[in-house]
Design a protein around this ligand. Structure first.
Ligand code: NDP
Length: 433
């Protein structure tokens, strides 16, 4: 904390991992040598750069760009780009640190990284977003590459932004390579990549629920967020017979007492991805309650899927969820639950999955996109979905193997230990580098 002051999210992510790893490390002291832990918390490389661009009024604007290349122990750096005003070095270091474990869990050969900018795409025209992305890539292109570092999307970076970033990379490098994932399917993108994180989260929750001999059918499911992850988590829940009773954005929560219908889901997709509108408009259109400035966690539900952002579910929210009978929390977002909330879930003995396990489906399909690009092949949606499903089941199995205590699975311990071992073994084999 003294070395990296003002990075609370990074400290929180490291603390969560070290707390759960510690008993394992004491039992396996080979991992306490060669500075493994000290090296894991220090990024291999951090790049920050100026991103100047011109807005529609002809004014010059300046944002800050970042790429945190955390670990290349098991493969090229891999992790998303986030465009949001809250982006700073500490947030990106937490995300890059988590990414290392998550990518290891997928069993695909990917190291960990994360990047982005404090640029806010909200309210910007397509042309402004394009000029920003071109300027961002004009600096980033020299640090990335298909075998070096392969960024993808995250908050504020979806298909539109990936397209502009890819176009600029191609122009600067004169190479059509797999330098970004989440590309459109007409130019090398994998089918099911847009769906992957949300679907994967629900597949993971389904595996967890098997221990209670039940699934989503007929159950009330509270979802936060209304972006990429939330949209496809909602679609999969509906498909499995669950009732999606909420969605949210930074202005508040949309309450859907009867459960989101397919028609309402189609409206949401058009609203958020084509018109780039707000949830409040959806509330007006369908005459649904909008709980301004509130999160969804006060709504009684059996299953909670936090799919918006970090620290969006605190101790108070956790108590309310437990009181209302919530039995399963699977994180679609990265670190949405505070440490206090996590402790409460584990103490109560409910099914709780940390994002690095339950939201790994997105990066897993990104890994499959890299494989398809390398082979110059394009798999069918069914084939990619089957592979995604298998990967989520195998991550669940890895969590069980490493996290089972007295007949119960501690998914935090399971995910951290399983993710750690592979990276640490590779580091030990490669010497002090
Ligand atoms: P999007 O930009 O598509 O959507 C983000 C959603 O979260 C929006 O509804 C947004 O509301 C809301 N949100 C963002 N910041 C805040 C905030 N500070 N307070 C309240 N609401 C907020 O992003 P994604 O769906 O891609 O990402 C969501 C989460 O999932 C993130 O934690 C991301 O790191 C994680 N994730 C994403 C993956 C992916 O494949 N996309 C893969 C793995 C994890 P508003 O529009 O009002 O800002």
């Amino acid at each position: 904390k003294q070395r990296d002051p003002h990075q609370p999210e990074f400290h929180q992510a490291v603390e969560e991992v070290l707390r759960s790893l510690w008993p394992f490390l004491e039992a396996n002291p080979k991992y306490l040598r060669d500075g493994i832990l000290e090296r894991m918390v220090e990024p291999e490389r951090v790049i920050t750069f100026r991103v100047p661009w011109v807005d529609d009024q002809g004014q010059v604007r300046v944002n800050r760009g970042f790429r945190v290349q955390m670990s290349s122990a098991i493969g090229p750096y891999k992790g998303g780009l986030r465009f949001h005003p809250s982006v700073n070095l500490g947030v990106l270091k937490f995300l890059a640190f988590e990414q290392v474990f998550k990518n290891s869990l997928t069993s695909l050969p990917m190291g960990g990284g994360k990047g982005g900018s404090d640029f806010d795409p909200k309210g910007k025209s397509d042309n402004e977003v394009m000029r920003f992305c071109q300027s961002f890539m004009t600096e980033l292109y020299r640090h990335v590459g298909a075998d070096v570092d392969v960024p993808a999307g995250d908050i504020g970076v979806g298909g539109r932004e990936i397209g502009y970033l890819f176009g600029q990379y191609k122009r600067l490098s004169n190479q059509f390579t797999s330098v970004l994932t989440g590309k459109g399917s007409s130019y090398g993108g994998s089918l099911i990549r847009p769906e992957a994180t949300g679907y994967g989260c629900v597949y993971f929750a389904e595996e967890m629920l098997k221990s209670t001999l039940s699934g989503f059918d007929g159950r009330r499911v509270a979802i936060s967020g209304s972006g990429n992850v939330a949209q496809y988590a909602a679609q999969k829940v509906i498909e499995l017979g669950g009732k999606v009773i909420s969605l949210s954005d930074s202005a508040g929560t949309l309450h859907i007492p009867q459960g989101l219908s397919e028609e309402q889901w189609e409206y949401l997709m058009e609203l958020k991805n084509v018109r780039r509108g707000r949830l409040q408009e959806m509330a007006g259109h369908f005459d649904l309650p909008f709980l301004a400035e509130q999160r969804p966690w006060s709504l009684p539900c059996a299953i909670a899927l936090p799919c918006a952002t970090q620290n969006e579910l605190d101790g108070e929210d956790a108590r309310t969820l437990l009181k209302n009978g919530c039995v399963c929390v699977a994180e679609g977002a990265n670190m949405p639950s505070t440490l206090e909330a996590v402790d409460l879930f584990i103490e109560a003995g409910i099914l709780y999955a940390p994002g690095k396990a339950s939201n790994a489906g997105g990066v897993a399909v990104s890994g499959l996109e890299m494989s398809q690009n390398a082979m110059r092949l394009h798999w069918s949606a069914g084939e990619v979905d089957t592979r995604l499903h298998n990967i989520m089941q195998s991550i669940h199995h890895a969590c069980e193997t490493h996290g089972k205590r007295n007949g119960k699975v501690n998914y935090v311990d399971g995910a951290n230990i399983a993710g750690f071992v592979k990276v640490a073994d590779a580091m030990l084999a490669q010497g002090v580098v």
